[in-house]
Design a protein around this ligand. Sequence first.
Ligand code: E4P
Length: 218
Amino acid sequence: MKFFIDTANLDEIREAYDLGVLDGVTTNPSLMAKEGITGPDNILAHYKAICDIVDDAVSAEVISTDFDGMVKEGKALAKIDDKIVVKIPMIKDGIKAIKYFSSEGIRTNCTLVFSPGQAILAAKAGASYLSPFVGRLDDIGFDGLELIEQIVLIYGNYGFETEVLAASVRHSMHLIKCAEIGADVVTCPLKVITGLLSHPLTDKGLAQFLADHAKGNN
Ligand code: E4P
């Protein structure tokens, strides 16, 4: 299972990378805006800075919603670095753009996916990654994890190569459930990854070991 961090914050990306378990980064226009990154030049430079930290797979999202615009923007993003994955929304022109980039050997991440039908379309168009949003479905009373289960089953039935990238993963239990289901990748905030570290018995056990060691060495 791959871990991607879902942020445009360079410090958090460095911290996750230094932990030695990070496989990539996802961003979106909201996350870029949260870091105060605006204007085309600053945005491209920020993506380059992210690529310089990690080993692979930095999802950079297009803003255009028409085929020509998405192709133009995606090409500019892909030129930044080989690590760039062009992130494209699940709309009609987005599917066409995914097909185009797939034929050009440029990796894509199809985003804003909320149904199995959308997942089938993206895989047929040749998306490298598919981002179903678990937390946002949960937010409106649907079962986000059930969607991941359906997509993993469907992709398995047909041997689709598109990787299931569980997105909008909000807490550590989401991540663990995605691992049980067999999602290829999860993307989540740093706190979800570091949350996996915590167990009260680990803390208690370590405190005891250190106390006993100190007694024996006095
Ligand atoms: C995915 O690529 C998105 O950037 C992200 O996971 C959305 O998460 P949110 O629903 O917590 O904003």
